[in-house]
Write a protein that binds this ligand. Structure first.
Ligand code: UT7
Length: 333
């Protein structure tokens, strides 16, 4: 039997740069309440959302991704040609194939490196980050661009009471590359397929085509069940991520959970007994729940507003449809 060559990469991987794109159109609760018989007060009380960004026609998945990526590349001081792999976490690129990643890589000018999409819904960005760190350390890529992007307004019904006020659009991106010290901790990730149907597209394409009145499929969610799962189970996963990173909550500077619901964030922080010194991402108030884009968007806001600084330790956790989840501790670039 022949002995095959193997690859080894950098000893450590880290986030080298961060970027974001927020849609121009900022939509207050007052614009979504009539179609779902709701109120600004109810939405703020139940979710913490005041406004969200809805993309306009030209703010496509590709356009938002390219804008966020350019910022991340600039922040990292890395040229597009140095990117060996573009990894796009999304559930709202509306072509089954080709991937969004190949087009985004082309527009950025990455010169033909690997490019593919990853479907893990709201948990997609943290999945991508983990893969990127392993790729850099395993030697398949030196620099990986990880993008979380959604245009959920395309696949959300404005009349669906359980989702219309929550989901939103945007993109966040990071460059992952080699580092002298560990910058991305081991991931804690998993899935709970028993609850496969808690958040889902209401019809598959064959049902839509067979229907007498074909409608664009949209997301539906068993909100209360997802809430309970997220508030109780995800705090345990977040704690496990701290343990695997080898740090205690006292050594944590920043907590950036998926921006699913402000009450879930508060419940997790309480249950983990995070000290008051830990600064907590609350991007959902302005941005809504942007699924795969929410963690990088929330981190970017904290950096832009001076709440997170270079060198800080940040606990990231993302969770959603599948049900799927992933968490890790990173050093803020
Ligand atoms: O991103 C992926 C992961 N997603 C999440 O983590 C989301 C998890 N779920 C949630 O965030 C929450 O379940 C929601 C914000 C979606 C809903 O909040 P809730 O506190 O779970 O509301 P609920 O569904 O338990 O409904 C409470 C009440 C009900 O009335 P009664 O039965 O108490 O009289 C609903 O009929 O609120 C009513 N209601 C509404 N009222 C005004 C439900 N939806 C609405 C609405 N506006 N849009």
């Amino acid at each position: 039997m022949a002995t095959l060559a193997t690859s080894t990469g950098a000893e450590h991987a880290a986030i080298l740069g961060l970027g974001a794109y927020r849609p121009r159109r900022v939509v207050p609760n007052s614009e979504v309440v009539d179609a779902i018989e709701s109120s600004d007060e109810w939405i703020q009380q139940r979710s913490g959302i005041k406004t969200r960004g809805f993309a306009e026609d030209d703010e496509t998945v590709t356009m938002m991704s390219v804008a966020a990526s350019k910022q991340a590349l600039e922040d990292a001081g890395i040229a597009p040609e140095q990117i060996d792999c573009v990894l796009v976490a999304t559930v709202s690129h509306l072509l089954q194939t080709p991937s969004a990643a190949t087009m985004i890589a082309h527009e950025l000018g990455t010169n033909g490196g690997a490019a593919f999409d990853l479907s893990a819904a709201c948990a997609g960005f943290c999945h991508g980050l983990s893969l990127a760190a392993d790729m850099v350390r395993g030697g398949s890529s030196r620099h990986v661009l990880v993008i979380g992007v959604e245009r959920l307004s395309d696949i959300t019904s404005p009349k669906d009471r359980g989702t219309a006020f929550i989901f939103a659009d945007g993109a966040g991106a990071v460059v992952v590359g080699p580092s002298d010290v560990p910058g991305i901790s081991p991931v804690v990730w998993g899935s709970d397929g028993e609850h496969y149907d808690f958040i889902r597209q209401n019809h598959d394409w064959r049902d839509v085509i067979a229907s007498e009145d074909p409608q664009m499929p949209h997301l539906i969610m068993e909100g209360r069940s997802v809430f309970r799962w997220a508030a109780f189970e995800m705090a345990k996963v977040a704690q496990e991520a701290l343990d695997r990173a080898g740090i205690t909550a006292d050594e944590l500077d920043v907590f950036v959970p998926h921006q699913a619901n402000m009450r879930i964030t508060d419940a997790m922080a309480r249950s983990m007994k995070l000290p008051d010194t830990v600064r907590i991402a609350r991007d959902i108030a302005e941005q809504g729940n942007t699924s795969a884009a929410s963690v990088p968007l929330a981190l970017e806001r904290m950096v832009a507003e001076g709440e997170a600084r270079s060198g800080d330790t940040a606990l990231l956790i993302a969770f959603g449809a599948g049900l799927a989840y992933a968490a890790q501790v990173v050093i803020v670039p």
